[in-house]
Write a protein that binds this ligand. Structure first.
Ligand code: NAP
Ligand code: HSE
Length: 428
């Protein structure tokens, strides 16, 4: 019988315990696909007494996760601790130095240190696999790096954070408040240890930086991603968006043009007719556009134990079979310049809370006129003289720089009572 692949799992939370559960439940099918059994032999976590929902007795236990790399009986490491520094980073460095393949779900680590980890893995000719790090159970890494290998990819767009998509969906469908929906997402195991990474867009930006590196054949560049989260999205904006024929989604957008690569994460208004507008709850979506294939759309669960374990185990099967793809998929990486958000050209939604009195709209539209911004539509909800009313404007295409200039003037008007809500409209 072929020697089993012996796995050491670091981290026994949502993902790590999910991997143990999947390998237990589907041991036969995994062994058939891997060509040999895949067996967990050693683990590491902090609290030895905690119930993991799956048996861990009989497995070698390490207090220090990096010690897994020195265990001669461990062939491959699964890192499911999290964090861009500390024990996860130490473990990856120790494993690669020991020539042990690594499977990680840790997008923060890859986004921040992926360039140097890729060099270390390729020099050591050791697999570094990370299917679970982007879009949970969706095989997005394999699709972009291998399935679309014959294409020049111009654009990748995605719903990349299950927690945010879950919150926005709950707010729209059930009228939940933001905090209540976030707490439900945490209970369901979707959110990061620090949920501000989810709601402030950082987690989606980590994933987008990885996807952009793969799609455009360049080193991962997290610092170049423009990041905004969903904290300021109100139930009012979600309702008004529906009236205008849009859904609000937190999107990651990466595109490559002649001038360079544009990567950004921010709330977007998406036409309700676009497939991505109908991806709800914890589901993620990745849309890629290749010059020969055209558009492909992938959708699936982006977080949670089962979907993430599914992706981790797919990487283990590749390693068991001896299949090894270089980290960013290209031997020579291009150093294409990164563009900033200031270069964006597109339409905008602007919602103001203004005092209902004569001349206010003239002042607002004057600021837009002076910035060269053309209005597409305007609506005022209700009439209450002397009191605050919402006014919603949508614009034709304009530059980000012009829009930000106009917003600064509008925000300073006496009659504008709250910071304006600005949401970019993406035609996709
Ligand atoms: P989690 O539930 O918080 O689990 C983290 C685990 O790491 C815990 O078991 C913890 O041990 C262990 N740990 C913490 N510090 C450690 C140390 N110094 N040495 C050894 N073990 C240590 O996190 P998670 O949700 O499973 O996420 C793990 C990774 O997967 C993160 O990189 C995350 O971004 C990524 N990811 C998560 C999901 C998801 O849906 N949750 C999806 C895709 C990717 P104790 O249990 O003893 O405290
Ligand atoms: N916190 C992440 C999310 C987990 O909500 O999408 C999956 O990476």
């Amino acid at each position: 019988m072929t020697k089993p692949l012996s796995v050491g799992v670091a981290g026994l939370g949502t993902v790590g315990a999910g991997v143990l559960t999947l390998l237990r439940d589907n041991a036969d099918i995994v062994a058939a696909r891997a060509g040999r059994p895949v067996a967990v032999v050693a683990v590491s976590a902090r609290d030895r007494s905690r119930d993991r929902g799956v048996p861990v007795s009989g497995l070698r236990w390490y207090e220090d996760a990096a010690a897994l790399a020195a265990d001669a009986g461990v062939d491959v490491i699964v890192e499911a601790i999290g964090g861009s520094e500390g024990p996860a980073r130490a473990l990856l460095n120790a494993a690669l130095a020991a020539g042990k393949p690594v499977v990680t779900a840790n997008k923060a680590l890859l986004a921040v240190h992926g360039a140097e980890l890729a060099v270390a893995a390729e020099r050591a000719r050791v697999p570094l696999a990370f299917e679970a790090a982007v879009a949970g159970g969706i095989p997005a890494i394999k699709a972009i790096r291998e399935g679309l290998a014959g294409n020049r990819i111009r654009r990748v767009t995605g719903i990349l954070n299950g927690t945010c998509n879950y919150i926005l969906t709950q707010m729209r469908e059930r009228g939940r408040e933001f905090a209540e929906a976030l707490s439900e997402a945490q209970k369901l195991g979707y959110a990061e240890a620090d949920p501000s990474f989810d709601v402030d867009g950082v987690d989606a930006a980590h994933k987008l930086a990885i996807l952009a590196a793969l799609a455009f054949g360049r080193p991962v560049d997290f610092g170049a991603v423009h990041v905004e989260g969903i904290r300021n999205i109100s139930a009012l904006d979600i309702r008004l968006a529906e009236e205008l024929g849009y859904r609000i989604k937190l999107l990651g957008l990466a595109s490559q043009g002649d001038a360079g690569v544009d990567t950004r994460v921010h709330p977007c208004m998406v036409p309700v007719s676009h497939p991505i507008a109908r991806v709800d709850g914890v589901f993620n979506a990745v849309v890629a556009e290749g010059d020969h294939v055209g558009r492909i759309v992938l959708e699936g669960r982006g977080a949670g134990a089962g979907p993430t374990a599914s992706a981790v185990v797919a990487d283990l099967v590749d390693i068991a079979r001896g299949r090894h793809t270089p980290v960013w998929g290209a031997e020579t990486l291009a150093n294409t310049p990164s563009l900033g958000i200031a270069k964006r050209v597109g339409a905008y939604y602007l919602r103001l809370m203004v005092v209902d009195r004569p001349g206010v709209i003239a002042d607002v539209t004057g600021a837009l006129r002076d910035a060269g911004i053309s209005l597409e539509s305007m609506l005022q909800r209700g009439r209450s003289p002397g009191e605050a009313v919402p006014v919603v404007l949508t614009t034709h295409e304009s530059t980000e720089t012009a829009m930000q200039g106009a917003i600064a003037r509008i925000a300073a008007l006496d009659a504008v009572l709250e910071p304006p809500a600005l949401i970019r409209i993406e035609a996709l």
